[in-house]
Design a binder for this molecule. Structure first.
Ligand code: FAD
Ligand code: NAI
Length: 466
C-alpha cells in the first residue's frame, strides 16, 4: 500500500492546483483522476475549449462585419469548422499536457482510475480494467467537481439534445438552435453558434438574463444581444422535448402557467446549471455530510469526517475555476500549517461574450437588499477615445462605493476586454481601496481602462470626459 501525505480525488483546477501547492510545501501527493486526461471539466470540456471557440467565432464575425468599416477590405469569410474544432482540440491538448508536465516536475503521482474513500485515510482506486488498488493518505481532498443539471424527462444524447459538452463538438452549425437557460453557458455557447450562422432562441425561466449579475448591466446586455440576432423567451419554461425527423420540437410554456407553444429546431442546448458531482465516492457509508448534493465544509475546507476535505464545484460558492484554484492553494497551505485563506468577497466573474461582462463584489441589487448606502459612478465607452479608435464603444463601467467611507464595494463592466480590465478593481478591493484611490491612480492614455478611472471619478461627480 503506497503511503501519501495527501491524496486528492479529481484533477480539475481545484485538485491539480492543490496538488502542486502541496508538493511545493514538501508533501508527497497522489491525484486520482478517472478521465483519460488531467485538467477536469475546465480544461477538457469547459473554460478552455469554450474560449477557443468563442475567440475563433469572434474572429469569423469580425472578418465578416468588423473589418470593412476600418478600411480593410476582405472577401466574405468562409467557415472551415473542422479547422476551428482542431484549434479548440489543440488548445485543450496543450493545456492538459501542461498539467501532466507540472505533475512530473513536482513529483505528483497520477493514480489513474475512479477513486472511492473506503475509510478515513484510505482511498481505493479502480482502474479502467476493473483492478483495484488501495492507497493510504494522512489527508484526503475531494475535488470531484460538478456535472450538468438535467431537465426532467429530457434525455441528453449530445447530438440533437446537447449539454455544453455536445455543444462544443457539433458537426455543423445548426440552422436553428434553442438554448434552455440564459446563464453563462447559454449566452457564451449561444454566441458561438449564432456567429457561425445559427438562429438562436433562448428560453429562460426567470424574467431576466444572467440572474445574479447586476440588473442594469444585464438589461443593456440583453438589448445588445437582441441586436446581434438573439431571440429571448423570458419567464418561460421548456415543458417537453421530442425528436423529429431532422431535429427537435420543444414545448414552451409561460413559467407562471398558460398556453403551451411548440418551437422546432435542429439542436437544443440544455444549460440550466450544474450540480456537485460526488457519485461513487462512498460518502454515505463514510458519513460525510452533504446538503442539496454539495459537500458541507467548515471555514477550513474540512468535512465532518476527520482528515477528509473538499473544495471547488463540489462545495458551496460560485462554480468558477479560479475559485476552485484559490481554494486548492488555501487548503494546501492550511494542511502545511500555514494560514491559507480565500476572500469570497472579491472573486471576479466574467462572461466571455461580445461585449464581455465582468464583475467583482456586490451588485446594486445586493446593496439595496442589505440596506447599504452607496454612491454610483458610471462611464460609457462611447466617451472613451481608445474605444472609439477600435470601434468598441458598446457598454460602460459602473462603480459602487460606500456612501460614507468611499470604499469600493462592487465594479461591473460591460465592454470589449472587460474580463481583463476587472482585475484592477479586484486588486483595489483586496486592499480595501476607495473610489478616490482609483480615481487618483494615473491610467495610461489612450486605454479602455481610462473608463474605469473615469467611473471612479464619477462616484464623486467629477468625471472629466462626460
Ligand atoms: P472539475 O473541473 O469538474 O474536475 C473534477 C474532476 O474530478 C474531473 O476531471 C472528474 O473526472 C474527476 N472525478 C470526479 N469523480 C471522480 C472519482 N470518483 N475518481 C476520480 N476522478 C473523479 N469557470 C470559469 O471560471 N471560467 C470559465 O470561463 C468557465 N467556463 C466554463 C465553460 C463550460 C462549458 C463549463 C461546463 C464550465 C465552465 N466553467 C468556467 C466552470 C469550471 O469549469 C468549473 O468551475 C471548474 O472546472 C471546477 O473545478 P473543480 O476542480 O472543482 O472540478
Ligand atoms: P447558470 O446557473 O449560469 O444559468 C442557468 C440558467 O438557467 C439560469 O438563468 C436559470 O434561471 C435558468 N433555468 C434553470 N432552470 C430552467 C428551466 N427549467 N427552464 C429555463 N431556464 C432555466 O448555469 P449554466 O449557464 O448552465 O452554467 C453552469 C455553471 O458553469 C455556472 O454556475 C457558471 O459558474 C459556470 N460557467 C462559468 C463560465 C464563466 O465563468 N465564463 C462559463 C460557463 C460556465
Amino acid at each position: 500500500m503506497a503511503q501519501y501525505d495527501l491524496i486528492i480525488i479529481g484533477s480539475g483546477p481545484g485538485g491539480y492546483v492543490c496538488a502542486i501547492r502541496a508538493a511545493q510545501l514538501g508533501m508527497r501527493v497522489g491525484v486520482v483522476e478517472k478521465r483519460e486526461k488531467l485538467g477536469g471539466t475546465c480544461l477538457n470540456i469547459g473554460c478552455i475549449p469554450s474560449k477557443a471557440l468563442l475567440y475563433a467565432s469572434e474572429m469569423f464575425e469580425e472578418a465578416a462585419h468588423g473589418l470593412a468599416p476600418l478600411g480593410v477590405v476582405v472577401a466574405p469569410p468562409k467557415l472551415d469548422l473542422a479547422t476551428m474544432m482542431k484549434h479548440k482540440d489543440d488548445t485543450v491538448a496543450s493545456n492538459v499536457n501542461g498539467v501532466a508536465f507540472l505533475f512530473k516536475k513536482n513529483k505528483i503521482d497520477w493514480l489513474q482510475g475512479e477513486g472511492r474513500i473506503a475509510a478515513p485515510g484510505q482511498v481505493v482506486v479502480k482502474a479502467a480494467d476493473g483492478a483495484e488498488a488501495t492507497h493510504a493518505a494522512k489527508s484526503i481532498v475531494i475535488a470531484t467537481g460538478s456535472d450538468v443539471a438535467r431537465l426532467p424527462g429530457v434525455e441528453i444524447d449530445e447530438q440533437r439534445v446537447v449539454s455544453s459538452t455536445g455543444a462544443l463538438t457539433l458537426a455543423a452549425p445548426p440552422k436553428k438552435l434553442i438554448v434552455v437557460g440564459a446563464g453563462v453557458i447559454g449566452l457564451e455557447l449561444g454566441s458561438v453558434w449564432r456567429r457561425l450562422g445559427a438562429e438562436v432562441t433562448v428560453v429562460e425561466f426567470l424574467d431576466r438574463i444572467l440572474p445574479g449579475m447586476d440588473g442594469e448591466v444585464c438589461k443593456q446586455f440583453q438589448r445588445i444581444l437582441e441586436k446581434q440576432g438573439f431571440k429571448f423567451r423570458l419567464a418561460s419554461k421548456v415543458a417537453g422535448v421530442t425528436k423529429t425527423a431532422g431535429g427537435v420540437k420543444a414545448t414552451i410554456e409561460p413559467a407562471a402557467g398558460g398556453a403551451a407553444e411548440a418551437i422546432d429546431a435542429d439542436v437544443i442546448l440544455v444549460a440550466i446549471g450544474r450540480r456537485a458531482y460526488t457519485q461513487g465516492l462512498g460518502l454515505e457509508a463514510l458519513g460525510v455530510k452533504t446538503e442539496r448534493g454539495q459537500i458541507v465544509i467548515d471555514g477550513h475546507f474540512a468535512t465532518n469526517v476527520p482528515g477528509v476535505y473538499a473544495i471547488g464545484d463540489a462545495v458551496r460558492g460560485p462554480m468558477l475555476a479560479h475559485k476552485a484554484e484559490d481554494e486548492g492553494v488555501a487548503l494546501a497551505e492550511i494542511l502545511a500549517g500555514q494560514a491559507g485563506h480565500v476572500n469570497y468577497d472579491v472573486i471576479p466573474g466574467v462572461v466571455y461574450t461580445s461585449p464581455e461582462i465582468a464583475s467583482v463584489g456586490k451588485t446594486e441589487e445586493e446593496l439595496k437588499a442589505a440596506g447599504v448606502a452607496y454612491a454610483v459612478g458610471k462611464f460609457p465607452f462611447t466617451a472613451n477615445g481608445r474605444a472609439r479608435a477600435m470601434r468598441h464603444t458598446e457598454g460602460f463601467v459602473k462603480i459602487l462605493a460606500d456612501a460614507a467611507s468611499d470604499r469600493v464595494l462592487g465594479v461591473h463592466i460591460m465592454g470589449f476586454g472587460a474580463g481583463e480590465m476587472i482585475h484592477e478593481a479586484a486588486v483595489l478591493m483586496e486592499f480595501g481601496g476607495s473610489a478616490e484611490d482609483l480615481a487618483r491612480t494615473c491610467h495610461a492614455h489612450p486605454t479602455m481602462s481610462e473608463a474605469v478611472k473615469e467611473a471612479a471619478m464619477a462616484v464623486a461627480k467629477r468625471a472629466i470626459h462626460i
